[in-house]
Design a protein around this ligand. Structure first.
Ligand SMILES: [Fe+2]
Ligand SMILES: [Fe+2]
Length: 195
């Protein structure tokens, strides 16, 4: 089957749109995190936005590279998340969005690609699903810490690190203002697994 005439090319276009939107939402949320004096959380969101734009480029490159003749337009029908809510709720929303990408959207796209004979594309859909699974886990940890008000405190002694100057200190609670560089508490590295 020619990719140009497949359902897979539509799924690539759907995926491209979805990744661009996730990348945009994470940049919007990053701005909010900066306004809330949470620069380290903002750094995490920047990294996630970078990942999503890289995913978008993978799909875009496959689409524009699939035909010598210019593809002028791809018509798709698709739904995308527009959940609203306050700052914390938006992390919950993104956790859910990432889970649905990892657990249903990309696996379904991979299945269709496989059926249509595009093994390499199927493999990439599965690889991105794995990344989204990690993203969901990152959001899940942030949500849990925010809900328990534990971004900067812990039940056990923890090594807290300032993401600005590298100052470290162990204890159950991080400082309010970095004693070395005076960065706000939000610059303290949040204790979450990033992989
Ligand atoms: Fe992505
Ligand atoms: Fe993601």
């Amino acid at each position: 089957m020619e990719l140009k005439k497949s359902e897979t090319i539509k799924n690539l276009a759907r995926a491209f749109a979805g990744e661009c939107q996730a990348g945009a939402r994470y940049q919007f949320l990053r701005k909010q995190a900066m306004q809330k004096q949470l620069p380290y959380v903002a750094d995490i969101l920047k990294l996630l936005a970078t990942n999503e734009m890289a995913h978008a480029k993978v799909w875009f490159d496959i689409i524009v590279g699939c035909s010598r003749k210019l593809i002028e337009n791809i018509e798709i029908t698709a739904g995308y998340p527009y959940k609203c809510g306050n700052f914390e709720q938006r992390f919950v929303n993104e956790m859910e969005n990432e889970k649905s990408e990892a657990q249903s959207i990309y696996p379904e796209f991979a299945k269709v690609a496989q059926k249509e004979g595009f093994d390499e594309i199927a493999k990439k859909f599965k690889m991105v699903a794995e990344v989204e699974k990690v993203h969901a886990k990152i959001f899940e940890q942030l949500v849990q810490k925010m809900q328990e008000d534990k971004l900067y405190s812990s039940d056990k002694s923890t090594v807290w690190v300032c993401s600005e100057c590298g100052y470290q200190h162990s204890g159950k609670e991080a400082w309010k203002v970095c004693p070395l560089c005076s960065a706000p508490q939000g610059a303290v590295k949040v204790q979450i697994e990033m992989q």
